[in-house]
Design a protein around this ligand. Structure first.
Ligand SMILES: C[S@@+](CC[C@H](N)C(=O)[O-])C[C@H]1O[C@@H](n2cnc3c(N)ncnc32)[C@H](O)[C@@H]1O
Length: 392
């Protein structure tokens, strides 16, 4: 899954560093688990339970789908039954009503017609469909908040219906929910994250319509086929909440992987669509990003420039007091929340006897750059430091 700060490219270097520190550990932890990629990798590699958490429930749900299982889900026929249940509640709810068709990719070339079609869809949602859905006896949070913007009406109904009819058995349910979140990330008509949907200007509309024509069912199926075979060696746990809450459940010698935010903008501004899907509750939205109210968005002190340094120090002190071992990743250059890798290395020397660090370079797409005419290069190098802090 695409995620800001995703550690997929350096996960093997991280897990090699953790290997050096696990001799005394009863458990490993990833309290800022995000996409879940590091928690998955640690759970697959080590004979120790992994405890993963995040302020955002969709992140914990992604981690849970591998971390909480110690065997593969071999029989994926539950997917067909799940899809049938979802199709049934959509059919029952919309009955014989004529929902506007999703404008197809060919129409995108005829700008005025395509734009009018999107506008008609939005009007239909506001004037007709939202009342039908609110009185249907099921919850349709994705359709009510995001259809006509991040998703076509058909995609949004499908996400809601799949969310409402998840399998009951625990292993299948966690795989299904995680796959649904992964599919929403892939199908969303937005650039990489969901701070704002693609617009309906002449330049953006073809991209929006391309996204609206992605098959939710296919995306879910592909996600299930990737997640179902993966599993932990030892069953772990996941939770939604702050790093402190998770660290308080650990014992001396346990190893904590820490990948806190770098940005002074809250993650919840970028990922509210996935969070709404994971929570499954109807929300009011506002603004061009169709954001939920602030009270419903998880907030981190790491993403407040005035508080981030104190929060970093609190994390180090808290871990040292509990005799935990830390493996921290952070970019070497100063980030918008005011922190840099050096901030952690310097502060850590106050609390830990041993600090070792290693720099790792990874390249990533600059989202649209092509490197010519002095423009942004197509691929950008990012240097991060892996900092290990421990005593003895
Ligand atoms: C840099 S991202 C982690 C990326 C993750 N390691 C990956 O590879 O996908 C930071 C994460 O920390 C979470 N977060 C921010 N503040 C937090 C806090 N106080 N406690 C727990 N999680 C927090 C954010 O929601 C975000 O998912």
């Amino acid at each position: 899954m695409k995620y800001m700060g995703h550690k997929g490219r350096i996960v093997s270097a991280i897990s090699d560093q953790i290997e050096e520190l696990v001799s005394e550990a009863h458990a490993l932890a990833d309290p800022f688990c995000g996409s879940g990629i590091v928690a998955w990798t640690l759970a697959e590699r080590f004979d120790l339970p992994v405890l993963a958490g995040d302020l955002q429930s969709f992140a914990a749900a992604r981690a849970a789908s591998v971390v909480e299982r110690n065997a593969p889900v071999e029989d994926v026929t539950f997917v067909d039954r799940w899809f049938q249940r979802a199709e049934r509640i959509i059919a029952d709810t919309i009955e014989s009503r004529r929902i506007p068709e999703t404008p197809n990719a060919e129409i995108a070339g005829k700008y005025k017609i395509a734009r009018a079609s999107v506008e008609r869809t939005r009007e239909y949602l506001d004037r007709t469909l939202s009342d039908i859905l609110r009185n249907s006896g099921h919850k349709w949070p994705i359709t009510l908040a995001y259809a006509g913007y991040y998703f076509s009406v058909q995609q949004a109904l499908t996400f809601d219906a799949l969310r409402a009819t998840l399998p009951k058995k625990k292993a299948e349910r966690t795989v299904a929910l995680s796959a649904l979140i992964g599919a929403a990330s892939r199908c969303s008509g937005s650039p990489g994250h969901t701070a704002q949907p693609l617009g309906i200007s002449e330049g953006s509309l073809p991209h929006l319509l391309e996204a609206w024509n992605r098959s939710v069912f296919n995306a879910v199926r592909e996600e299930v086929s990737k997640i179902a075979p993966r599993h932990a060696k030892v069953e772990g746990e996941t939770s939604v909440g702050s790093w402190e809450m998770l660290c308080d459940r650990l014992a001396p010698g346990d190893v904590v992987f820490c990948d806190p935010p770098y940005s002074d903008v809250q993650y919840s501004r970028f990922y509210h669509v996935l969070e709404t899907l994971s929570r499954g509750s109807v929300i009011d939205v506002s603004g061009t990003g169709r954001n939920p109210p602030f009270a419903e968005r998880p907030e981190s002190e790491f993403s407040r420039k005035s508080k981030a340094l104190a929060e970093a120090e609190k994390l180090l002190q808290h871990a040292a007091d509990r005799e935990l071992r830390l493996v921290i990743t952070f970019p070497i250059s100063r980030q918008s929340n005011g922190l840099a890798a050096q901030t952690f290395s310097k502060k850590a020397s106050k609390y830990f006897g041993r600090i070792q660090s290693q720099e790792v370079t990874s390249t990533f797409s600059s989202l649209g750059g092509n490197g010519s005419n002095g423009r942004r290069p197509a691929r950008v190098a990012k240097v991060e430091r892996i900092i290990c802090c421990y005593d003895g």
